[in-house]
Design a protein around this ligand. Structure first.
Ligand SMILES: [Zn+2]
Length: 289
């Protein structure tokens, strides 16, 4: 059947418009990261790059007072009754596109997923760090996944745009079936490279990327954990990890190797001072569609 533009009803047009916006913004996020690569910023264990302690030279925001990640001190977290987020994550399947930008592998869903807290934030991409970036009482997990959501002002390129990021810890354990296809076929890239792969398909719903059972999250105001380090992020870090197999974690680690020592390096920014910020802790409530 031929689908002609004039046949799109308003909702379909709205969805199409939002999709074009999401793809554009994902491209901008990836390019923003990419533009600093190639002798640009990098992680401890790499050579010839600006290391995390000096990222303030890459972007002055990295020297800000409300930076991420942080060490979450559980005894200091403010207990709250509930943290309400409505999800539209469930769907039978969804195609994704993924990019290795030399710092991480970012994955962009092709259909619209969003969270409401209470403003609406659309999922623009998710990606991974090894080790975890956040720590809990000083302890790292093996990896951390970041699901990055943007509000309408951000998508429209306005200066008051905000992001909401869900952080999910990953520990070695059972194989992760939801991420299996992606981790079977991770794109390799040297530092400063930008390798794209299109059309991989996630056959389970995105809700399965999150920890199962009763969900509790730590929430605080912080920043992007890579340059430009913009302090525009509401963070929601789940207290329970998901698992990936040793093979899956090793497959990811093998993408980020120091070219002269041949050793893999970690892709986490060290934790940043809290500087008096409050970390809330509560049960995640809200609808899940
Ligand atoms: Zn991240």
């Amino acid at each position: 059947m031929e689908l002609c533009f004039i046949e799109l009803d308003f909702m379909e047009f709205h969805k199409l418009f939002l999709y074009v916006l999401l793809v554009s913004i994902a491209a901008i996020l990836c390019t923003a990261t990419f533009s600093f690569a190639g002798g640009g910023w990098g992680y401890d264990g790499q050579e010839g790059v600006t290391l995390p302690a000096d990222w303030g030279h890459v972007s002055e925001f990295c020297n800000g007072k409300n930076q991420s990640p942080i060490d979450i001190v559980t005894a200091d977290a403010k207990k709250v009754d509930a943290i309400k987020i409505d999800f539209t994550y469930n769907a039978a399947s969804g195609k994704v596109e993924y990019v290795n930008n030399g710092h991480s592998v970012t994955i962009t869903p092709k259909d619209v997923r969003s969270i409401k807290i209470p403003d609406n934030f659309s999922l623009v991409q998710f990606h991974f760090h090894t080790l975890s970036e956040h720590t809990v009482d000083g302890k790292h997990y093996d990896m951390e996944m970041h699901l990055v959501h943007a509000d309408e002002a951000y998508l429209a390129g306005k200066p008051d745009g905000k992001l909401a990021v869900l952080g999910v810890f990953i520990n070695e354990g059972a194989e992760n079936g939801t991420l299996k296809k992606i981790f079977n076929d991770l794109p390799k890239a040297g530092h400063g490279d930008h390798v794209e792969k299109k059309g991989s398909e996630i056959t389970a719903n995105f809700d399965k990327l999150l920890p199962a059972g009763t969900r509790k999250v730590y929430s605080y105001q912080g920043s992007l954990t890579t340059p430009g380090c913009n302090e525009i992020v509401s963070w929601f870090v789940f207290d329970q990890p998901i698992t990936m197999s040793k093979e899956q974690i090793d497959a990811y680690r093998s993408l980020f190797v120091n070219e002269s020592t041949k050793k893999s390096y970690h892709t986490n920014r060290p934790t940043q001072p809290l500087n008096g910020r409050t970390v809330s802790y509560g049960t995640l409530t809200g609808e899940n569609k």
